[in-house]
Design a protein around this ligand. Structure first.
Ligand SMILES: *Cc1c(COP(=O)(O)O)cnc(C)c1O
Length: 220
């Protein structure tokens, strides 16, 4: 596990890079939320990141998040593919679910919000590179799905999320997501990870999801 000093040092260097990228894009660093992606990291690493000043975390799996988060007192974003049978647990745990990508999941989340009284913010995940192995609504259906989610959830739908294809210049994909968010008047664009967050900031990211740049390599 990465020690607290390493996490604090990584965070300081990331904050500096975020600030430089923001200024270069004519933006303010405080428009950009760093979501610390703590999947596979032990709770001690989450606590160390909390101690270093981070308050927003991202997890892929509901079960793992449930084991790590109830006692940490931070806000949690669920960023991984979500099964409908996990909807109730997801809405209880998360302040934001970033992976809304199909009507069945929308219905399960709406029901879960009703029964639990918890309503996390929602982001529609767009499969921005139309990759068969990736989650997210296909590009061609994005407009109609976003409209439908707007109807169903109103202002609880905060924005959009994407993961661009590996090995390609991510900028056109980020720009496409930002344009979609603009079209629909949605304020949040969750895009950019450890390898490409500066490009995402230039393209208008409001949330960047950083795992390995903060905690070091996963499983290492
Ligand atoms: C793992 C993951 C990240 C973080 O990836 P890094 O490259 O380690 O920063 C961001 N977003 C999603 C959806 C992820 O699954």
């Amino acid at each position: 596990m990465p020690d607290a000093t390493t996490i604090a040092r990584n965070l300081a260097s990331l904050r500096a890079r975020i600030a430089i990228a923001a200024v270069a894009a004519g933006r303010h660093a405080d428009e950009i939320t760093l979501v610390a992606v703590s999947k596979t990291q032990p709770q001690a690493a989450v606590l160390a990141a909390r101690g270093a000043g981070l308050s927003v975390f991202g997890e892929n799996r509901v079960q793992e998040a449930a084991e790590k988060f109830p006692c940490v007192g931070a806000s949690l974003h669920l960023i991984g593919a979500l099964q409908t049978n996990k909807a109730a647990q997801a809405v209880r745990l998360a302040s934001c679910i970033e992976s809304l990508d199909r009507p069945k999941l929308a219905d399960a989340l709406a029901r879960a919000a009703d029964t639990t009284g918890h309503q996390p913010a929602l982001l529609v995940q767009v499969n921005i590179g139309d990759e068969p192995q990736k989650a997210g609504v296909p590009r061609a259906q994005a407009d109609s799905f976003i409209r439908a989610m707007r109807q169903q959830f109103g202002p609880t739908l905060h924005g959009l999320m994407c993961i661009p294809p590996e090995g390609l210049d991510p900028t056109p994909f980020f720009q496409h997501l930002a344009a979609l968010a603009d079209t629909h008047g949605l304020p949040v664009r969750s895009m950019g990870m450890s390898a490409d967050f500066e490009a995402a900031i230039r393209a208008g990211a409001t949330h960047i999801r950083l795992g390995s740049a903060l905690f070091g390599p996963r499983g290492g």
